[in-house]
Design a protein around this ligand. Structure first.
Ligand SMILES: NC(=O)C1=CN([C@@H]2O[C@H](COP(=O)(O)OP(=O)(O)OC[C@H]3O[C@@H](n4cnc5c(N)ncnc54)[C@H](O)[C@@H]3O)[C@@H](O)[C@H]2O)C=CC1
Ligand SMILES: O=C(CO)COP(=O)(O)O
Length: 320
């Protein structure tokens, strides 16, 4: 039962390193042949995950057909690129166990990663691995706990296969809760970063996190998520990590918005497109999501960070 990790960004590389520390049949695939050759020679991914050395057992390849011979495939490319990737390579991915390792809602379709897999490759077992984890921590072998969600029949073998001495996986069949918790917390992390960057203070950040969690629950439960999943690693756990760490790209992006400083546009910030996608979903389902709407409005330059905060604080008073 071999494993291929498709996508050699920070997270794909980290997962491939930790898995190949524990087993010998892991392949890390990247589309860029030059980057693959460099990784094969240097045994590291200096561009995305500097300092982390590849175990001898890790195979790095740009041959997608060969990589897709594996029974279990981890998809670690950004959410907005996932649907096109699956469409382009559907025949190679047919009937496989596909584990999305990305966090977001597709702007074009309004679907999360599991739903995107299920709608594109119905023959596949569509799963998601999500929860609080920075790539650097996973690559360094630091203790981490994640949520694995998918169809019941494949969860236990997959949990066994993807757990390592440092990486502890919990399973759930609630794919809706797992994918929405991971997607929506990134939007709240942008808002938290903006609050800190603009100098509104840590009390304001705590309010953004807590009321953000309330709106995550409102939308996700309306779409079928279980409250227990949202309170777990993939929801509350990841919200806590991402909203409080300057190592988070979503938090740092928000911080730069609030502080009016530059931000590296080459970095993957899933919450940016997801804010608009979720704002559209909330409107469609009649769900009140003022913080998400504020982030979407800031990114569309309809509001400044200060105007957004003033509008949030001035909302009608109500029961918690
Ligand atoms: N970096 C982290 O600490 C964590 C990241 N994640 C999630 O993992 C996902 C990927 O993030 P990162 O690896 O950090 O991003 P990254 O920006 O480091 O890497 C993304 C990779 O995807 C590749 N890619 C993009 N479009 C592609 C396509 N069409 N075909 C093939 N490859 C393509 C890029 O070449 C790049 O190597 C995101 O959804 C993120 O939220 C989840 C947990 C932790
Ligand atoms: O999802 C993550 C932590 O669990 C990574 O966060 P960023 O994408 O904001 O860096």
């Amino acid at each position: 039962m071999s494993i291929s990790v498709l996508g050699a960004g920070a997270f794909g590389t980290a997962l491939a390193i930790t898995l190949s520390n524990a087993r010998t049949d892991v392949t890390l695939w990247a589309r860029d042949e030059v980057a693959v050759k460099t990784m094969q020679t240097t045994r590291m991914n200096a561009a995305r995950l500097p300092k982390a050395r590849f175990p001898k057992t890790l195979t790095v390849s740009s041959d997608l057909e060969a990589a897709c011979q594996a029974e279990t495939i981890l998809l670690v490319i950004p959410t907005q690129k996932l649907a096109a990737f699956l469409h382009s390579h559907a025949t190679l991915l047919d009937v496989k166990t596909l584990v999305a390792c990305c966090k977001g809602v597709d702007l074009a379709t309004g679907l999360g990663p599991v739903q995107t897999i299920a709608s594109t490759i119905p023959s596949a077992q569509a799963c998601i691995l999500t929860g609080p984890s920075f790539a650097v921590d996973i690559a360094a072998g630091l203790p981490t706990a994640l949520t694995l969600a998918g169809p019941k029949n494949c969860l236990e073998p997959l949990q066994e296969m993807l757990s390592t001495p440092a990486l502890r996986l919990y399973w759930t069949t609630d794919t809706v809760g797992a994918e929405l918790g991971g997607a929506l917390k990134n939007v709240i992390a942008i808002a938290s970063g903006a609050a800190i960057g603009a100098g509104f203070g840590e009390s304001a950040r705590a309010a953004v996190m807590t009321r953000g969690y309330a709106e995550i629950q409102r939308l996700a439960i309306a779409l079928g998520a279980k409250p227990k999943t949202l309170a777990g690693l993939s929801g509350f756990g990841d919200l806590a990590l991402t909203c409080t760490s300057a190592r988070s790209r979503n938090f740092s992006f928000g911080f730069a918005l609030g502080a009016k400083t530059e931000f590296d546009s080459g970095l993957t910030v899933e919450g940016a497109k997801t804010a608009e996608a979720v704002s559209n979903l909330a409107k469609k389902h009649g769900i009140d999501m003022p913080i998400t709407n504020a982030v979407a409005a800031i990114l569309a330059q309809r509001l400044t960070v200060s105007q957004a905060m003033e509008a949030l604080i001035a909302r009608p008073l109500k029961e918690e």
